[in-house]
Design a binder for this molecule. Structure first.
Ligand SMILES: [Mn+2]
Length: 311
């Protein structure tokens, strides 16, 4: 157990959970309306950051509280987050599959509450079930088990409102681009569209690819249909186009189990995966990199040297 996570009750009351999510919703709304975070800007669903002093990237957690606590302990999170020039960026998929989705949600909200300038919470496909419904989504059941039938409907709709405020793309200027799943294969100026959506349809098309797609080594085609219910498989020509458009050296994303990390598309993509509980055949990892190291990287292969695996 992570002994240092202040004010963490062993059993979260419905009131404590509800007020924490509500406060986090207010924080995220304010961040969007102010268009800013320490050393960065928030525009629509995008966050732009200068290079942080120290950067930690945490990918899929899927209700695995133990892995999340291990990472927070390893990085000495209280000291790390007290410095507003440091950032922890979460790549989404906080819930489902693991045994402790409720406590994971509570923890990430508590972190955002306590250190609003140092935490970026991104959206994963598991946080967008209303837009892209799929089977094997167990959050409603977990909420029901934890808080009981009377409270669960109200709590679930509050959590859904929180999910809609999570951002979907983070850019560390001139260095890396981050999304949960993959890169959109269309729309003329996708970045502009993400920041200033022209229509809900366009936004949904982009959102589907960003939250659901996976990179594959495709030859002679830009993309193909995915094995998943949504999104696509995108090839390296799409990745190349995006890295040039955004002027960054690599894409970092999660969404696929691997042994902590995997490098794709000739060193253009780093896939990170940060949980173990529901994926015992894989390893969990997170990225920890200092500003001088980040400015020196050439590609995702260089970035991968800074992945730390959980024991
Ligand atoms: Mn995912």
């Amino acid at each position: 157990m992570c002994s240092k996570l202040v004010h963490f009750p062993s059993k979260i009351s419905p009131y404590e959970f509800t007020s924490t999510i509500t406060q986090t919703i207010e924080t995220l709304k304010k961040e969007r309306s102010d268009s800013k975070i320490q050393n960065g800007r928030v525009k629509g669903d995008c966050v732009w950051l200068e290079i942080p002093e120290n950067l930690v990237l945490i990918s899929d957690i899927h209700g695995d509280l133990e892995s999340l606590y291990k990472i927070l302990d390893e990085i000495n999170f209280e000291v790390f987050l007290a410095n507003k020039n440091n950032k922890i960026i979460f790549l989404g998929d906080y819930i489902d599959r693991g045994s402790n989705s409720v406590a994971v949600l509570y923890t990430i909200c508590k972190l955002k509450q306590t250190y609003p300038q140092s935490i970026v919470l991104m959206r994963g496909n598991h946080e967008a079930v209303e837009e892209f419904p799929f089977q094997s989504h167990d959050l409603p059941q977990r909420i029901n088990e934890y808080f009981g039938n009377d409270e669960s409907k109200k709590i679930h709709s509050l959590v859904s409102a929180f999910f809609k405020l999570l951002t979907v793309m983070t850019i560390i200027e001139n260095q890396i681009l981050m999304v949960h799943g993959g890169l959109p294969t269309y729309v003329n100026d996708p970045i502009y569209e993400m920041c200033f959506p022209s229509s809900r349809n366009n936004t949904l098309l982009l959102l589907e690819d960003i939250l659901w797609s996976d990179p594959r080594p495709l030859e002679n085609k830009e993309w193909e249909t995915s094995r998943r219910p949504f999104g696509k498989h995108f090839g390296s020509s799409i990745t190349q186009k995006w890295l040039k458009l955004v002027q960054v050296k690599a894409l970092v994303r999660g969404h696929e189990p691997c042994n902590g990390y995997r490098v794709d598309h000739d060193g253009m993509i780093l896939t990170l995966f940060s949980c173990k509980e529901s994926y015992p055949k894989f390893e969990a990892g997170y990225l920890y990199i200092k500003n001088n190291e980040l400015s020196l990287i050439q590609d995702a292969t260089d970035l991968s040297c800074h992945v730390r695996k959980l024991s």
